[in-house]
Write a protein that binds this ligand. Structure first.
Ligand code: ADP
Ligand code: MG
Length: 628
């Protein structure tokens, strides 16, 4: 709730609308106790007094009645009728919608066809017909306006309910034996209330206008009672000679409707969970770069070299240092493993390379990423785009989420190829089939005609790999590509990637949280913890003698077949949140060998030959190993 108001107030227009509306509502509530003239007392000798005349701040109307008093009383009435009509329409419409969407079948058909019949009449004509049948009067106008708005609510809410009624949690409630009433009240209603509120906030303004319209035609409030519509109606004959009598109620209607609509839009945005973290803006095409330090020289020679890369997330007051001075490089034909627990910053590192971190909230604040001789941090968007998917390609974790569900996989491969190469459809299709063969998909010709949902998880991941290979890239960044797969398929995918790098000299950055996978595939490995590299070196050496206590314990988490009855150690505790990093070693709170000095100083990544470790009490003596 607090967050909701915070978001709402951050939207300036919505805040302005809210303030306007609040002032009007407070005035309307206070009207009976304000020192106003009686709105209905006529004084024809004093008619058509201009605005700001003595005793009549807003002048008088054609019968000499005080405009200010009539305006406030009229506003009060119009607001009350508008809100009442909106609530009436929302409650009845939503009830029809929920019942219709939840029960479906005949119930749905009956209700919705009834609603359709209501909708078949022209809107305003229907309202007029209802008032004509019931007789003129404000209450009847209210009913008419509410009734013509019921279909809008019923249709909207039915659509939402149909979507929810078949979700698993509703099935679960049914299995638990809950009655339909209970399910509707406790499972369905809480999920549709935001939609009801949004629909209401966008229609109240409209309903106030409609009621004013009916009053304007003389079918709503009856003289001498004032509402905004009847004031306008009475002023019609003096529109040219005494315009203030029309302008005063007109401006009030404008203010109310504008206030409601601005606020309604704001409410809609603030209630939409998808917009919450994104701060109501679309992500930009490339991550924002706000350099706070000089561009560092590359620390090593590689086809892709990251040096002191720093990526942060600015969320409200908080700054998450997701990637904290990370240096990595990978050579052609080499496979570099990046390993760490969930949340250690692996994905953000990978996405920073091509400026793919969502901004806002992501910002790259320093460091360098070089692809061959090109600096990628701060490069023009067109340059990044020409490299993305062409020279540097990605494979993501969930292949079902990364493939478009409505296109055949062959067409998606063709698209990936044609983005970067101007070749004909036939040729591109042949290349797509060829790619599917390379990733060992059987019957590639017919499989290219399949949709993603017709394939198994392993197949889809191979399509993902084929897509990454489409333009024969130099570097592939694979972000946990096998986590969603079972072990046999995982083994096949790993051997496929291994062959590809040997055959094509592909450089691979392989992100995982599984040391078993690293051991199979990677030449070198970097261990990440809380946004930092804590250890780096050749895979074999690190597996033999891990130097950082964290690495050692990660390795102890991997079961080995035929290893007898070794205990599988879990690491107790959780990685720290990266917005409040304490000085010193981030792993210290979970480390068994922690000393007082671990948390009093910054600990540097020390290099010994081809190994590096960020620990002052390492598990293995690297200096000696390097000397040997
Ligand atoms: P992993 O190592 O599991 O791939 P990530 O790189 O996805 O971890 O995340 C690293 C850190 O960045 C996490 O602590 C996470 O909380 C933070 N983070 C990632 N995306 C966002 C975001 N959009 N907004 C705020 N923080 C984020
Ligand atoms: Mg990740």
């Amino acid at each position: 709730m607090k967050q909701f108001f915070h978001l709402l107030m951050r939207n300036r227009l919505a805040a302005a609308g809210g303030v306007i509306l609040l002032v009007v509502i407070v005035l309307a509530i206070l009207t009976p106790i304000l020192p106003l003239a009686d709105p209905d007392v006529t004084n024809t000798a004093n008619r058509f007094q201009p605005v700001f005349s003595e005793g009549h701040l807003l002048g008088t109307d054609h019968l000499g009645r005080d405009m200010l008093s009539r305006l406030l009383w009229g506003t009060r009435l119009s607001l009350a009728v508008g809100f009442a009509a909106a609530i009436f329409a929302a409650v009845i419409g939503a009830a029809f919608g929920i019942i219709s969407g939840y029960f479906g079948g005949t119930t749905d058909n009956l209700i919705m066809r009834g609603i359709d019949m209501l909708m078949a009449f022209p809107y305003i004509l229907l309202a007029l017909a209802i008032v004509a049948a019931l007789g003129p009067g404000l209450f009847n106008a209210l009913i008419a306006v509410a009734v013509v708005n019921i279909p809008f609510f019923a249709r909207n809410i039915r659509g939402v309910t149909v979507g929810i009624a078949h979700k698993e949690f509703v099935d679960a409630a049914q299995l638990a034996g809950l009655s339909h009433t209970r399910i509707i009240l406790s499972e369905i209603l809480p999920n549709v209330i935001p939609v009801i509120v949004i629909a209401m906030s966008t229609t109240i303004g409209w309903m106030i206008l409609e009621t004013a319209g009916l009053s304007f035609l003389g079918l709503g409030s009856q003289p001498p009672q004032a509402d905004l519509g009847s004031m306008l109606g009475e002023a019609r004959s003096a529109l040219i000679t005494n315009p203030h009598t029309s302008i005063v109620p007109g401006v009030m209607i404008l203010l109310i409707v504008m206030g409601i609509n601005l606020l309604g839009d704001g409410v809609r945005d603030a209630l939409d969970p998808r917009l919450r973290s994104g701060a109501l803006t679309r992500p930009m095409a490339a991550t924002v770069v706000e350099r706070q330090s000089e561009l560092p020289a590359p620390h090593a020679e590689g086809v892709l070299t990251m040096t002191d890369l720093e990526t942060r997330f600015h969320v409200g007051e908080r700054v998450y240092k997701a990637v904290n001075k990370v240096s990595l490089h990978v050579a052609p034909g080499e496979c570099l493993g990046v390993i760490g627990e969930s949340g250690s910053g692996k994905s953000v590192t990978a996405l920073s390379v091509m400026g793919l971190v969502a901004s806002p909230p992501g910002v790259i604040v320093g460091g360098s990423v070089r692809y061959k001789d090109t600096e990628l941090i701060g490069a023009k968007y067109d340059r990044l785009r020409s490299l993305r998917g062409d020279r540097v390609a990605y494979i993501f974790q969930d292949p079902l989420a990364t493939l478009h569900p409505l296109y055949k996989v062959g067409d998606q491969l063709v698209e990936a190829i044609q983005v970067h190469h101007k070749i004909g459809n036939k040729e591109a299709w042949a290349r797509a089939v060829d790619l599917l063969k390379q990733v060992r998909i059987p019957n590639a010709e017919s499989r290219a005609q399949s949709y993603p949902h017709e394939m198994s998880g392993g197949m889809r991941q191979r399509v993902g790999i084929a897509m990454a290979l489409a333009n024969d890239p130099d570097v592939i960044i694979a972000d946990e590509p096998t986590t969603a797969l079972d072990v046999t398929v995982q083994a096949q995918i790993l051997s496929l990637l291994n062959d590809l790098r040997r055959e094509r000299g592909l450089a691979i950055i392989f992100i995982t949280h599984d040391f078993g996978v690293v051991a199979q595939l990677c030449d070198r490995v970097a261990v990440m913890y809380a946004g930092r590299i804590v250890e780096e070196g050749p895979t074999h050496d690190i597996l033999q003698s891990p130097a950082h206590p964290y690495t050692k314990r990660l390795i102890a988490c991997v079961p080995e077949l035929g290893e007898g009855r070794r205990r599988l150690e879990a690491i107790p505790g959780l990685p720290p949140a990266v917005d409040r990093l304490e000085p010193g070693c981030a792993f210290a709170p979970r480390c068994l060998k922690k000393q007082a000095t671990c948390v009093t100083q910054e600990i540097a990544l020390e290099r010994f030959g081809n190994r590096a470790v960020r620990c002052i009490y390492p598990e293995a003596d690297l200096k000696q190993e390097a000397a040997e």
